[in-house]
Design a protein around this ligand. Structure first.
Ligand SMILES: Nc1ncnc2c1ncn2[C@@H]1O[C@H](COP(=O)(O)OP(=O)(O)OP(=O)(O)O)[C@@H](O)[C@H]1O
Ligand SMILES: [Mg+2]
Length: 247
């Protein structure tokens, strides 16, 4: 059974069809890419996965739990990171920010200390764990946000444009982290509008275009299908042509 099953899901905001009849699935241990230009519906799809938004129709199942009927179970097994402003408490230290979320997830002190140790070493943030987040650079904030996403050791990790605004070093750190989480058997869905980024990490991708699914499958399959090699060219051709017909 796939770990993430997007089952013909749609989301409307009034007249606007933000997500329309989208279906794809992600297997355990996979790093799966969700691609699309601005406004394609990526964040809306991930918000439905995270039970922040209710689908208008269709469903999404995470480890078999329905976002409609079993949101509590879904929330327990996912960690989600949204790009942009990550909403940390600037008067608290990195450690306190992460601990706050750990407590919300019901971790006890011993477990919390253990997770804190492992996350701060994985993300190379030991030097600033006890400094206030208020003065942090963007990359430092992003690390805190990632640690907060992973504090309860979720099996399914949703990353919405996690590398936007990161420098080369931080982006490399991020890639290593994704590889390591994959080795641990985590299932990762990560969105981007950068083909190159996706290609480095994923074998399979879904491409959304104006709310609809334009492609779901391997990168290799996409190349064969459109007979173009450069992914950026493929992407541009799809966007200009209004997407691929069939998948
Ligand atoms: N809460 C909302 N109310 C009304 N419209 C919304 C809402 N959230 C998203 N939309 C609309 O849904 C569409 C899809 O937006 P979404 O944020 O999912 O796109 P995206 O693929 O994440 O884009 P980006 O790459 O810019 O982050 C857009 O037209 C957007 O304006
Ligand atoms: Mg978005």
């Amino acid at each position: 059974m796939p770990v993430i099953e997007v089952d013909r899901v749609s989301k409307r905001f009034g007249e606007l069809r933000a997500v329309e009849d989208v279906a794809f699935s992600v297997e355990k241990g996979e790093v799966y890419g969700l691609l699309g230009e601005n406004g394609a519906g990526k964040t809306t799809t991930m918000r439905m996965m995270a039970t922040i938004l209710q689908p208008t129709s269709g469903d999404i199942r995470i480890r078999g739990f329905s976002v409609r009927r079993e949101p509590v179970e879904v929330r327990r097994c996912i960690g989600i990171l949204f790009g942009g402003d990550v909403g940390l408490y600037s008067r608290l230290t990195a450690r306190e920010n992460i601990a706050y979320f750990g407590k919300l997830y019901g971790l006890d002190d011993r477990m919390l200390a253990q997770r804190m140790e492992s996350l701060s070493s994985m993300l190379d943030m030991k030097e600033f764990m006890d400094r206030r987040v208020g003065g942090f650079s963007r990359g430092m904030r992003q690390k805190v946000a990632i640690a907060r996403t992973l504090v309860h050791d979720p099996d399914v990790i949703l990353l919405d444009e996690p590398t936007t605004g990161l420098d080369v070093t931080a982006a490399n750190m991020f890639r290593r982290m994704v590889a390591r989480l994959q080795e641990e058997g985590k299932t990762i869905l990560f969105s981007s509008h950068n083909m190159g980024e996706i290609e480095r990490l994923c074998n399979r991708i879904a491409i959304m275009h104006k709310g609809r699914l334009a492609y779901a499958g391997t990168i290799e399959g996409l190349r064969n299908k459109v007979k173009m090699n450069d992914l950026d060219d493929i992407f541009m051709a799809m966007v200009e042509g209004g997407g691929l017909d069939e998948t």
